[in-house]
Design a protein around this ligand. Structure first.
Ligand code: OGA
Ligand code: MN
Length: 304
């Protein structure tokens, strides 16, 4: 084919191929170094409403290009990470450093607070559910990956909701959970927060069941950040959350992404949970960058 016959970037219509029976698709055709046209951005958003996770392969983008792609779909969140901000590797406060590297570019030591804090990403969660207005989309780009492990798994909270018995759905429908970063880290025994860090972690109420705006479907809104349910004794609440989390993360609801360098994965935090999987993080670098977009309002202010 001659160069003249090659479609101009703005004429390309993205194609979507499902990667799993209930969620996730691969998106082909787009080069994320180029700005999207409004039609291309709409096609991506419509596919997100359906698949909740999209994989873009072989994207050699930098932080700026990743931010520009994100701005097609909402407002970019400031970095929410909490621990030892003065020792951050990336200067930009809109790009999350999802790596095992310190400011010197070297692997974090086994007992580094940032490493121990980052291990919380291996618990099933939804990004920024501990913020009054939580996250809409997150997008994670792989720059350096380890030789094995380090997959990211995604669970479909709408499919899980649909599979719950009606009596259970009725029991859950009006519940409100309390979310804080303190709660997810406490599950792993990380509890040495400074008073300043603690002050930033006041629990935030979120609906346990929410309607997904783009699709109109209902889904569970779960995260390791939950530390209680309003009006319920704490052990009962935590047992219920554990039970629901086990139910919602059964294999039939989960897509597991095995990374290649250049992969960009976009997910919808309003209707999925995700978690990182183990890898030899004291031996191999894993450098991922995340841009996160805000939802429009706290879940309690959203239409049922
Ligand atoms: C994240 C996250 C898991 C991973 O970036 O929000 O939870 O596999 N990442 O790195
Ligand atoms: Mn996350």
């Amino acid at each position: 084919m001659s160069a003249a016959l090659k479609a101009a970037p703005e004429a390309i219509v993205p194609r979507f191929t499902p990667l799993h029976p209930v969620l996730a698709a691969r998106c082909d055709g787009l080069d994320l170094r180029q700005p999207l046209t409004p039609a291309q951005a709409q096609a991506v958003e419509a596919a997100m409403d359906r698949f909740a996770v999209l994989v873009f392969r072989d994207q050699r983008i930098d932080d700026e290009q990743q931010l520009a792609f994100g701005r097609n779909f909402g407002a970019v969140e400031a970095v929410p990470s909490l621990v030892d901000q003065a020792r951050r590797r990336l200067p930009d406060n809109q790009v999350n450093d999802i790596s095992n590297l310190g400011a010197d570019g070297k692997l974090l030591a086994a007992d580094d607070r940032r490493r121990m804090y980052n291990l919380g990403n291996m618990l099933w969660h939804s990004d920024s559910s501990f913020k009054p207005t939580p996250a809409k989309y997150s997008m994670l780009h792989a720059r350096v990956i380890p030789p094995s492990g380090g997959e990211t798994e995604f669970a479909d909270m709408r499919a899980a909701w649909d599979a719950l018995p009606e009596a259970m759905q009725a029991q859950l429908r009006d519940l409100v959970a309390e979310h804080s970063l303190i709660y997810s880290r406490a599950q792993l025994g990380f509890d040495d927060f400074t008073p300043e860090e603690q002050a930033k972690c006041t629990p935030v109420p979120q609906r346990l069941v929410r309607r997904h705006m783009g699709s109109g479907r209902v889904g569970l809104y779960l995260a390791a950040h939950i530390g209680g349910i309003q009006g319920m004794p704490r052990p009962e609440a935590l047992m219920l959350v554990r039970e629901l989390t086990e139910f919602a993360t059964q294999r039939q609801f989960v897509y597991s992404h095995t990374w290649a360098v250049g992969d960009m994965v976009l997910w919808d935090n309003r209707c999925t949970m995700h978690r990182g999987r183990p890898y030899a993080d004291k031996t191999y670098p894993r450098d991922m960058r995340r841009v996160t977009l805000s939802d429009v309002s706290p879940t309690l202010e959203q239409p049922r």
